[in-house]
Design a protein around this ligand. Structure first.
Ligand code: SF4
Length: 362
């Protein structure tokens, strides 16, 4: 049995890997990459089969935040050329969220910039949640509104909100390097208050912000201690006009190792591949589906993702099934006998290169 087999077995049994084991995943070489992915896939398959949950982000209030999170294009003083607008109206929120549902999303995430909501903001969001749930009772709603004050989580829960997202983002030791206006402990407290109110806790991280392997393992273990139901893993989108502009420190292979480490540490959590997947994993995105069981469909808060149709095609091509969609037969991992969906739209007659006046495609 290899060390990766042993690690997968531990995770399937619900045991926490040691710090050294988690660090070893991050330190493994490219020659072992497929073994790392295969071991993480065993864990993913044990808890989630070959299903992929689709989530859809709605930025209900964009930009102009007074906080200074260095990674964020909506921060105080951000020069990033992103959309800025104040609270969307309820009907705008519902229409945007329903676009995600039409694309296959089973959860919509209503996100607002800012340190945290006022009680009036909670009223506003609660109204939008109630209006959306009335028309879409089977779709989960996650709210992400920043640091919560006493009683706010309870009010969101009473309005029909399913979950609350508040990411730890990085380790406690690294937190002061990425934000000076609030503290790591504030973030932990908000996740705990959401949990106490009966909201499904969602909390994750951002990789690629100058953290060490030890920081990544620390935040993964801290998340495990909080027992979130879902763990979004973001890869830094280094927007021009933010302090982390030009910060490109991730390779596709490292992204896969980070996802695998998070999976081993949080084996039965919904590990969600979040912002930055297209620009950092690039052509290796489908391999990540063997580790995570959840992605965002389409666009992010302030940046565009690949087209939603490309997300769905990627999932189908990799042999996975969208959660809540008609299952087909991908559940047993065998693709023989499955009707092949043709893609005539991908066939293009050559009109360039040899025999033409146009430059070759090289
Ligand atoms: S509190 Fe949220 S919106 Fe504001 S800067 Fe930080 S991450 Fe961005």
């Amino acid at each position: 049995m290899t060390w990766l087999d042993a690690l997968a077995e531990k995770a399937v049994d619900g045991e926490t890997p040691t710090r050294e084991e988690a660090l070893a995943v991050l330190a493994s070489g490219d020659d072992e990459l497929m073994d790392v992915v295969a071991a993480a896939f065993r864990v993913r398959r044990r808890f989630f089969g070959r299903r992929v949950k689709l989530n859809y982000l709605v930025n209900v209030k964009s930009g102009l935040c007074p906080e200074d999170c260095h990674y964020c294009s909506q921060r105080l003083g951000s020069q990033a050329d992103v959309l800025t607008y104040t609270w969307l109206k309820t009907e705008q929120v519902v229409a945007s969220a329903e676009a995600g549902v039409a694309g296959g999303a089973r959860r919509v995430c209503l996100v607002a910039s800012g340190r945290g909501p006022t009680d009036r903001d909670i009223d506003r969001v609660a109204g939008a949640v109630a209006a959306f749930k009335e028309r879409n009772p089977d779709v989960e709603v996650c709210a992400c509104l920043g640091l919560l004050s006493a009683g706010q989580a309870e009010r969101l829960a009473a309005a029909g909100t399913t979950a609350y997202n508040h990411n730890l983002n990085t380790s406690g030791g690294h937190y002061a390097d990425i934000c000076g206006t609030h503290e790591y402990a504030d973030r932990v407290a908000t996740v705990e208050s959401a949990k106490r109110a009966g909201l499904s806790p969602c909390s994750g991280l951002i990789a690629g912000m100058g953290e060490t392997d030890k920081d990544l393992v620390d935040v993964a273990l801290a998340l495990r201690a909080l027992r979130p139901d879902s763990v979004p893993v973001n890869f830094l989108i280094p927007f021009d006009g933010t302090p982390l502009a030009g910060h490109w420190e991730l390779t596709p292979q490292r992204c896969l190792r980070i996802l695998a480490m998070v999976r081993f540490v949080n084996p039965d959590a919904e590990v969600r591949l979040a912002g930055g997947r297209e620009i950092h994993l690039r052509t290796l995105q489908p391999l990540a589906l063997h580790i995570v069981n959840s992605i965002f469909l389409g666009d992010y808060l302030t940046s565009e993702g690949q087209p939603g149709a490309a997300d769905l095609a990627m999932i189908a091509d990799a042999g996975f099934t969208v959660e809540g969609a008609d299952a087909g037969s991908a559940g047993n991992g065998a693709s023989d006998g499955v009707a092949v969906a043709g893609r005539p739209d991908l066939v293009h007659v050559r009109r360039r290169g040899a025999g033409t006046e146009l430059p070759a495609n090289t």
